[in-house]
Design a protein around this ligand. Structure first.
Ligand code: ATP
Ligand code: MG
Length: 423
């Protein structure tokens, strides 16, 4: 019996690659506009990186990580997200000390043991950005702008919406936490098992529960917005002002949370109306305590992640591959031997060439030329060798012309390059 891929781990087949490339290229272009450098960290880290970097009392660490012991008995984990590993690397290589503001991006696979469904895989991909070293609202706004700009360049703005909230800071959050706990203790009738636990360890996280009963229970729960200290309120107001200046539309969502202690102030998601249950395409926020928690200096941070597979659902399939310039139909050993020189020359000069590896009939080779989608087909057989002229067929107009063999590759390079430059 043939072996199948692991559940939730999807093959990326050739048809899908152009759409992914389009996303990656678009992201790189936008990152270039903001002076962001690329970092690539390993997909495997010590488990401790995520326990500390994401938090023990989170869904990811409690339920979703691919953790195993390697042959030396060390506990390792496939990264479920990018931030913790990036901060581990920044601290390890002392990158922060070299510059007051670090702007980093990365792209790649993440791994979470969740129930696979539309828009939810066990190996999925993210485009991530992290800014380390600024606590200014302008940094938060730039991060949100980046996500918005990349998504709207690819899909248009119509079905996307930025939702934004502030989670407060270590100064104002304890008050909210206290009141929320009190509220939950008196309204915990229908809370799910997870939320019963969250109530004790991480009550704010209950807002994030997808269970409808839990949501109903929270209808009149106190929200952090009414508890923000003056600094946090000013910060949020400023972020919103800058977003307005950038032309990014948003709504405030008082129940949007990231329930980790060191996530502070700005939190946001970009939602699409066209994705059903898994509607969040991008998410991010500020995490001022995290670098210190990971053993580094006390520097603030803010970042975001775009879910590539959810974006792909919005984008649909893009054109398959780069169109081919030329197909060479060479018949007989002598013509084929000559053609290999031309093929080498043409490809060295940027002309895309395919040919049949087998010495098939003219009819069979022309069929292959048609399938290849080539702009031109060059035909060379015994007769053409004798005449010292090959036939060049325009595959669009079906017109044919003769080209002398003497300087054939040079002439073809000139003709095709000119045409490509003019397009
Ligand atoms: P969700 O509530 O959908 O589980 P999350 O809060 O766990 O999302 P984040 O950790 O904020 O997600 O990850 C950022 C983005 O990565 C998400 O908004 C989503 O687009 C994408 N993402 C997260 N988990 C998956 C997954 N299992 N499969 C595909 N994409 C995912
Ligand atoms: Mg999740």
């Amino acid at each position: 019996m043939a072996i199948k891929a692991v559940r939730g781990f999807k093959d990326i087949l050739p048809d899908e690659s152009p759409s992914r490339l389009k996303i990656e290229n678009c992201a790189r272009e936008v990152f270039g506009l903001c002076g962001i450098s690329e970092i690539r960290t390993p997909v495997l880290e010590k488990t401790e990186v995520f326990k500390r970097g994401i938090g023990e009392h989170t869904d990811i660490v409690e339920k979703e990580m691919y953790t195993f012991h390697d042959r030396n008995g060390e506990s390792l984990t496939l990264r479920p997200e990018a931030t913790a590993g990036i901060i581990r690397a920044v601290v390890e290589h002392k990158l922060y000390g070299k510059s007051p503001l670090l702007k980093l991006f990365t792209m790649g696979p993440m791994f979470r043991h969740e129930r696979p469904q539309k828009g939810r895989l066990r190996q999925f991909h993210q485009v991530n950005v992290e800014y380390l070293g600024s606590s200014e609202p302008a940094a938060d706004a730039e991060i949100i702008w980046l996500a918005w700009e990349i998504l709207t360049r690819l899909t248009g703005p119509d079905d996307l919406l930025v939702e934004i909230n502030s989670l407060g800071c270590p100064e104002c959050r304890p008050l909210h936490r206290k009141d929320l706990k009190f509220y939950l203790e008196n309204n915990s009738q229908d809370l799910c098992e997870d939320c019963q636990r969250r109530m004790k360890t991480n009550p704010m996280r209950i807002f994030d529960c997808k269970n409808e009963d839990c949501q109903r229970n929270l209808k009149f729960a106190p929200v952090i917005r009414h508890y923000l200290c003056p600094d946090c309120a000013t910060h949020l107001g400023y972020v919103l002002d800058i977003l307005e200046a950038y032309g990014v539309p948003f709504v405030q969502n008082a129940t949007l949370v990231r329930g980790l202690d060191y996530y502070t102030r700005t939190t946001f998601e970009i939602i699409s109306r066209n994705l059903g249950a898994q509607s969040t395409v991008a998410a991010g926020g500020r995490y001022d305590g995290l670098v210190k928690l990971m053993g580094g200096p006390d520097v603030p941070g803010v970042g975001m992640a775009i879910g590539v597979e959810r974006l792909l659902l919005l984008l649909g399939q893009q054109e398959a591959r780069q169109p081919l310039d030329l197909f060479i139909a060479a018949l007989g050993r002598d013509a084929r031997d000559e053609a290999y020189y031309w093929i080498g020359h043409l490809r060295r000069h940027g002309i895309g060439v395919e040919f049949s590896f087998e010495d098939k009939s003219l009819k069979a080779q022309m069929k292959q030329a048609d399938k290849s989608g080539a702009r031109y087909c060059l035909i060379i057989g015994e007769q053409e060798l004798d005449d010292e002229e090959a036939v060049l067929r325009d595959m669009r107009t079906r017109e044919q012309e003769k080209i002398g063999l003497d300087d054939l590759p040079e002439a073809l390079v000139e003709k095709i390059s000119k045409e490509k430059a003019g397009e």
